[in-house]
Design a protein around this ligand. Structure first.
Ligand code: X2X
Length: 341
């Protein structure tokens, strides 16, 4: 009897050794988070804030390292969605512009003069179109945790004030490597050239390009673009939301409690980011005053001036509504009209 017990005991020990019970997915010593920009601005800072909150609330179990300035993809910013979906990067605080060459639907935010105010953007993000966009990216392997913001993109250049489409003629403008931007600037009369952000400051310094377009509080002020470009046109021509996303591969390895901690930290960090991105721009002239104090000539377009640029971009709409999806665009249009008629 004793022998038999010993025998079975040994057999089960051996079996345990060969086939250990499935352990909970192992956590990695480090999770990588990708950001296109440096840490000197609300976008980069919000990524670090998120990482800090998660580390603190998981007692160091989820340790996220931020890779700033496009380090995870050697500056090739339009690859960010792919590397996140593949799990090469676990997280990204990514611009919808950089994801749009991979996820066509994201070009919604780049339709020229589509979002008249922040209310309209918030309505789209919170409403059906925003949910639909999160479904689209989830199907492609990236879970959207929260919306953040880079901001309304404004035009700067070293040559002259731009008030009307004729002023744009012949100006060489750096844009992101997303085709809708090339189409839009060509339609408006400019001369666009795609350059990664990592090389843009040098291109501006060396005069390879005359200008660029980016948000005031998130990019133009922190990067001191007045050192290269004296003219700025406030025209709100496109808006650039951010998404704090996580690779599905990484997400599925977290237990339920950690998922909740990560999701909550994402919401908090992105809420802070949105507030900072709009700082001095919403119901205030503080950000514009900073630009003026740095010697910039600020042109603020009236709705009528904007309409002259928008009229030039009909071909962009005709082409890109098909790419984005007519249903998504009209759902967004409805959401916009409901809050900003
Ligand atoms: O490249 C840009 O212009 C930037 C930093 O705004 C984005 O990543 C979209």
């Amino acid at each position: 009897m004793a022998r038999k017990t010993l025998f079975f005991g040994l057999v089960s020990l051996f079996t345990l050794f060969l086939f250990p019970a499935p352990s909970p997915a192992a956590y990695k010593p480090e999770y990588k988070l990708s950001v296109v920009v440096a840490q000197n601005n609300p976008w980069g800072m919000s990524a670090q804030k998120f990482a800090d909150l998660v580390k603190e609330r998981t007692g160091g179990k989820i340790n996220i390292k931020c890779y700033f300035a496009g380090q995870l993809f050697a500056g090739m910013q339009t690859n960010e969605f792919l590397i996140t979906r593949q799990g090469v990067g676990d997280f990204a605080v990514g611009s919808t512009i950089n994801w749009s060459p991979t996820v066509k639907e994201m070009n919604l935010f780049s339709l020229p003069f589509f979002f008249p105010d922040y209310k309209a953007l918030d309505a789209v993000e919170k409403g059906e179109p925003g949910q639909k966009l999160f479904q689209v990216i989830e199907q492609r392997g990236v879970l959207g945790l929260a919306w953040g913001e880079n901001g309304y993109r404004e035009l700067t250049n070293s040559k002259r004030p731009v008030r009307k489409p004729e002023d744009l003629e012949g100006l060489k403008i750096r844009v992101v490597g997303s085709p809708i931007f090339i189409d839009t600037f060509r339609a408006m009369g400019g001369n666009p050239v795609s350059i990664n952000w990592s090389e843009t400051l040098t291109a501006l310094q060396q005069g390879t390009v005359d200008g660029q377009e980016n948000p005031v509080s998130s990019i133009i002020i922190p990067y001191k673009l007045w050192e290269m470009n004296k003219n700025i046109t406030i025209w709100h021509y496109t808006i650039d939301p951010l998404i704090l996303g996580v690779s599905k591969l990484t997400w599925d390895s977290f237990d339920a409690k950690d998922k909740e901690i990560v999701a909550q930290a994402a919401r908090e960090a992105m809420a802070w980011n949105k507030k900072e991105a709009r700082k001095g721009l919403e119901g205030s002239t503080e950000a514009i005053d900073i630009l003026k104090s740095k010697g910039m000539e600020v042109v603020v377009l009236s709705p009528k001036d904007m309409a002259a640029f928008k009229a030039k971009t009909q071909s962009v709409y005709d082409k890109w509504i098909k790419e984005i999806g007519a249903d998504l665009v009209s759902a967004a249009e409805k959401a916009v009209k409901a809050v900003s008629p």
